[in-house]
Design a binder for this molecule. Structure first.
Ligand SMILES: Cc1cc2nc3c(=O)[nH]c(=O)nc-3n(C[C@H](O)[C@H](O)[C@H](O)COP(=O)(O)OP(=O)(O)OC[C@H]3O[C@@H](n4cnc5c(N)ncnc54)[C@H](O)[C@@H]3O)c2cc1C
Length: 382
């Protein structure tokens, strides 16, 4: 039996943090249908992150969006989440003798140089003489990603929005000013569709007859290992190195280690590169007095980048009613509150909200036009 065609004002494709945060911000202003190909929202990149809110990390646009998200993280709307969204973490960054220029750059970003004794006090397993530079960032916190994602999905649902899982979009066609979208769960229609499909965003565009923007999913691996016997490392900082060849952070009473890999990949259900993990663990053990005997679990995820590394938020230059919300790279969690608000505003043909524009965020630096220059259609998005 086929079901009726579902209609909405806006169809959002992808219920990861990008689609969910945007749908939540549109809630109550438009009828939003959120389509997710998996049985569960958050199955891909969103459920596989390192859960950092790191205001010192990423290119300038990302740092601005992260800082602009801070107020939401610290003081979310009433009943958004039952737990605090942020909890203290900090970062201890280590550098080799030839990392002087990088160390200076990090100080410019807000890190502070410290002596070995302080670094050791922060991360007691640190070996003496293994690093020439010790830097501390106290602005980085952990994010409760599940609470954040659930909060956004809850807002969307509470305002009458619909989330349809196991609904993979396979085709989209614009006829008579309306997008007709075929999914594995039936057909849907709306005048506007949002492409928030993460690693699959270019593929979704092609399925809708829209030119791809050249997004690149990049695999990152991570694993969980036990801390040294009898050591409680839950309150210790994340540790990393200036050359970005590994990082480790306490997670759920254990330690997450990642090789900071960024290997271009096809969109897929990503898994860890065991060799890269082994190398990261080896590097970690050279710097810290901690013998890792076993990987308890591992995972991989895809961080998807645009050609210039900044997210792409806005209406397509050519295809009417086709809105991009993709390319969040390795920063989609920490920027979600601001990006969701910017995306919802731009979709409604409003300017970047003042409280975000005040951090220097502009629509132009997020616009799809920077990858697909061409004559804009006068009524795009309507
Ligand atoms: C190991 C790792 C560590 C990271 N650490 C951090 C961090 O500390 N801080 C931070 O801010 N970010 C971090 N990130 C990045 C962050 O996870 C991503 O930027 C963010 O999750 C991207 O969200 P998204 O919604 O765009 O993508 P996704 O979560 O992948 O969501 C896209 C969704 O679209 C769905 N979809 C795709 N195609 C279709 C279709 N045809 N029809 C219907 N649905 C479709 C997918 O099933 C998926 O659920 C990390 C990522 C990884 C992998």
């Amino acid at each position: 039996m086929t079901r009726d065609v579902l209609t909405a004002d806006v169809i959002v494709i992808g219920a990861g943090i990008a689609g969910a945060s945007m749908a939540a911000r549109l809630a109550g202003k438009a009828r939003v249908l959120l389509l997710e190909m998996e049985a569960q929202a958050g199955y891909h990149a969103t459920g596989r992150s390192a859960a950092n809110f790191e205001p010192t990390y990423g290119p300038p646009v990302i740092r601005a969006l992260t800082r602009a998200s801070g107020a939401f993280f610290r003081d979310p709307p009433e009943a958004f989440a039952a737990v605090p969204l942020l909890s203290p973490r900090g970062v201890l960054m280590l550098g080799d003798a030839d990392d002087g220029a990088l160390a200076e750059e990090y100080v410019g970003l807000g890190y502070r140089a410290c002596a070995f004794a302080e670094a050791k006090q922060r991360y007691p397993l640190l070996r003496e003489g293994v690093a020439a530079h010790h830097l501390i960032d106290d602005t980085t916190t952990d994010v409760d990603v599940e609470a954040l994602h659930r909060g956004f999905l809850g807002r969307h649902r509470w305002a009458g929005g619909t989330l349809l899982c196991k609904a993979a979009v396979t085709l989209g066609e614009r006829r008579g000013g309306v997008w007709h979208v075929q999914t594995s769960a039936g057909d849907c229609q709306a005048p506007v569709i949002v492409n928030a499909a993460g690693a699959w965003a270019d593929g979704v565009a092609k399925a809708c007859g829209v030119a791809a923007l050249g997004l690149t999913p990049k695999r990152r691996s991570a694993c969980i290992v036990a801390g040294p016997p009898g050591v409680d490392l839950r309150d210790w900082p994340q540790v990393s190195n200036l050359k970005e060849t590994f990082y480790a952070k306490p997670m759920g009473g254990k330690l997450m280690i990642s090789p900071s890999d960024a290997v271009p990949s096809e969109p897929h259900d990503a898994f860890a590169d065991d060799m890269a993990l082994a190398e990261a663990i080896d590097q970690y053990q050279q710097v810290f007095d901690h013998e890792v005997t076993r990987i308890e679990s591992s995972w991989g995820g895809l961080r998807t980048f645009t050609p210039d590394g900044n997210p792409v938020i806005g209406f397509d230059v050519v295809a009417q009613g086709f809105f991009w919300c993709a390319g969040q790279g390795g920063y989609g969690i920490q920027t979600a509150p601001a990006l969701g608000a910017v995306a919802a505003a731009l979709l409604q043909h409003k300017p970047v909200p003042d409280e975000i524009a005040n951090f220097g965020v502009t629509a132009a630096e997020l616009a799809p036009a920077r990858f697909a220059p061409g004559p804009p259609t006068p009524d795009r998005g309507r």
